[in-house]
Design a protein around this ligand. Sequence first.
Ligand SMILES: Cc1cc2nc3c(=O)[nH]c(=O)nc-3n(C[C@H](O)[C@H](O)[C@H](O)COP(=O)(O)OP(=O)(O)OC[C@H]3O[C@@H](n4cnc5c(N)ncnc54)[C@H](O)[C@@H]3O)c2cc1C
Length: 516
Amino acid sequence: MTLLKTQVLIIGGGATGAGLARDLSLRGVPCLLVERGDIAAGASGANHGLLHSGARYVAKDPQAAMECAVEGAILKKVAAGCIEDTGGLFAAVAGDDERYVADFPSHCHTCGVACEPLALGEAREMEPVLSEKLIAAFKVPDAAIDPFKLVFENIDEALSLGADVRPHTRLTGFRRCRRGLEAALLRDMQSGAALTVEAAQFVNAAGAWAAEVAALAGLEIPMLYSKGSLLVTERRLARRVINRLRSSADADILVPGGTVSLLGTTSVRLDRLEDCRPTIPEIDRIIDAASKMVPVLAATRFIRAYAGVRPLVGAKTPHDDRAVSRGFALVDHAAEGCDNLVTITGGKLTTYRKMAEKTADLVCAKLGVAAACRTAVQPLASGGASRWAAPGLAPRLWLKAQDPDDLLLCECEMVPQSAVDEIVDAIRRQKAVVDIRAIGLRSRIGKGTCQGAFCAVRLAAYLCDRGLLGAGDGPADIRAFLASRWKGLRPVLWGRSLVQEELQEALHCGLFGLEL
Ligand SMILES: Cc1cc2nc3c(=O)[nH]c(=O)nc-3n(C[C@H](O)[C@H](O)[C@H](O)COP(=O)(O)OP(=O)(O)OC[C@H]3O[C@@H](n4cnc5c(N)ncnc54)[C@H](O)[C@@H]3O)c2cc1C
């Protein structure tokens, strides 16, 4: 049994946990972050990538709208390398609620969200994919944010400042003392080894799993789970974020994700977190609804679907999950007799920095640390291996370098060997497992139109050549990678995606003898 000691143990390696590790490290507070899977394994790796201006929430959730407006502006300054400042449009089409449209500008004004009316012709000139049945359009400061790059940059900076990070390490219990927690009990998910961590303060940043983590300490958090499913288009359809101008419903948002567009989302109540996957009826619903605003979506090729779970805290309305606040919950469990455990959950990717700041303020107050938060002014250290998560970067750098020895391992997204080498070094620094899934998470490998058909094999061969995969481990690694892609491919199998998948099946089952 390994015993580790730290000042603050952070449970959960999503945006919130990663942001907190960076914030505490900038204040000089030693911390250890544990994550049961790889970094960004939860909602932080499965969201829409919209840096909210707040406009989406102005009518029903003004508090969340105001938080987003303030945080969006801060992140555009301090995390500019993770953001494409596309701007956004809100568009209503014939049949949409005209009362909602009429009230929108004044709601935006009240919440401090900049909002400018557009002539219909001007809006369609700005975004030609918009429907001819447009009845109103407004410009807002929405933007696109790369969640993977954001989380990895927070982790990398925390590591460089002395924080410790342990992915593939699951919290399994706590050892309690009279007024709090003495230690956390963990398991290394690779070796199965037990690990005990003694800390002065414990932070539950486990997102949708926060209630499960709290339960391990004998505490209760009222939460419900709202699944959202999203689709990825083959190419980018619009320059800006496009939002449907109506009370939140399915398929209202089209977000540019570099070279593709992300369309969603649904809101489906889940009882079990394990049931998080996009379903065929949801996908049909998304395309039907979104085509009213962007008609070309009815005939677009979608290369995959994915789903994530929103943790909604303090549910008051049992039927409509969209009515539950998107604000965050910071819970000091001292009130329930556990002095050194804090939970931070709910909120948005857009507000992750604020969530980390508030949590670090509370933890520092408990530790007697006076250092102030610096994350609102200090730019996030950019670059390094996390840059390979950005769409379109690998081809640009590869073409510029013109190195004939630097072979491409992924042709769709043009990821060369040199990028993989850098990513492998980063994975090792982050103490994660080097395999195809980990490299895919930190790059564009597997994200292009072939969805892993060719690059998975090339990457496995390259990792074997470098001695990073054992000779017999390649096929198992390819199978695990393709299986992880399959749940997102299954709901979009028609037209050219079906043809692509049949080719993949023929290659992997027929040629390589891999039964998937
Ligand atoms: C479909 C969807 C679309 C969204 N779109 C947007 C958007 O466009 N813009 C926006 O601002 N926000 C969006 N959000 C919200 C945003 O994704 C989340 O608010 C944010 O990612 C939450 O980050 P987190 O770190 O709190 O949680 P998570 O990212 O879920 O991280 C929690 C981590 O804890 C880990 N964990 C759980 N249990 C344990 C354990 N026992 N031991 C160790 N680790 C554990 C999990 O594996 C997980 O990685 C969306 C959410 C969803 C679901």
